[in-house]
Design a binder for this molecule. Structure first.
Ligand SMILES: Nc1ncnc2c1ncn2[C@@H]1O[C@H](COP(=O)(O)OP(=O)(O)OP(=O)(O)O)[C@@H](O)[C@H]1O
Length: 249
């Protein structure tokens, strides 16, 4: 069997006495989409942040394409080129045009020349339907458009995997679909993705595997039809009842 692109083994993470990640094992095969679901505070974002080195882990090991990427002596700049991350708040630089936002990382990390970065950025902006806004500034864009630019900006670094942390949570409902459509396209093109979402129907539709996190552990994982259709654990059922009542499933 092919080696998973991302392998988490026995991951543990605490903030002081608060145990936030409590022994997580997870394999993410290349070209697959894995969704983390669970109540607020269950550790979903923290796990993503541990993966691209924004947080240290205290136990366990993370491998990316077989290479250990947790612990001391890791080049996080190089790592973040390989593992892109998109956040709930788009984090675009307000004083820079869309195009400049997209080229700032490749140019400052010298991963390519300005000319090449601009060419790549325009191609990527075309792909996310934002090429005509290349000269616009972030405050001239809707939230959905800003998030599409943020995704383009990450994709320009040609990452091998994408971490998406609640990328539609800050959006008005009518803008959610345009961002989810883009993520769906990336999945169809074979991008490996680990995402956290409160959009259960989206997780159900797009994921190869869904993991239900509860108090820092993966309490249940499986194909979406199993986790959503016939959850084994009482806590999963209770969570799904709550999201159904809230109209999210
Ligand atoms: N920097 C920090 N310092 C202290 N505690 C933190 C920090 N970041 C997160 N936590 C705590 O860790 C726990 C897990 O937080 P995390 O953001 O990973 O949850 P989550 O499942 O992503 O929640 P949500 O769905 O609300 O985004 C929470 O109890 C949170 O308060």
């Amino acid at each position: 069997m092919a080696r998973p692109l991302i392998e988490l083994k026995g991951i543990g993470k605490s903030y002081g006495k608060l145990r936030v990640i409590d022994g997580i094992d997870l394999d993410i095969p290349r070209h697959s989409v894995v969704s983390l679901i669970g109540a607020s505070g269950s550790g979903k974002s923290t796990l993503l942040r541990c993966l691209n080195g924004l947080e240290d882990i205290q136990q366990g090991q993370i491998r990316f394409d077989g290479e250990v990427i947790s612990g001391l002596g890791i080049d996080h700049v190089a790592l973040r080129r390989r593992i892109g991350m998109v956040f709930q708040s788009y984090n675009l630089f307000p004083h820079m045009s869309v195009l400049d936002n997209c080229i700032v990382a490749p140019v400052t990390t010298h991963s390519c020349s300005r000319t090449e970065a601009e060419a790549r950025a325009l191609t990527m902006l075309e792909r996310v339907g934002m090429r005509d806004k290349a000269k616009a500034f972030p405050d001239q864009l809707s939230g959905g458009q800003q998030q599409r630019v943020a995704i383009a900006r990450t994709m320009i670094m040609q990452p091998e995997a994408l971490l998406l942390d609640e990328i539609t949570s800050a959006l008005d409902p009518e803008l959610v679909m345009e961002v989810l459509d883009l993520v769906r396209d990336l999945a169809m093109q074979g991008m490996t993705m680990l995402l956290t979402t409160h959009e259960m129907n989206f997780a159900r539709e797009i994921s190869d595997k869904v993991c239900f996190l509860h108090a820092g552990r993966i309490l249940e994982e499986g194909p979406p039809e199993q986790v959503f259709g016939s959850p084994r654990e009482a806590a999963t059922r209770s969570f799904l009842r709550r999201v159904t009542a809230a109209g999210r499933l």
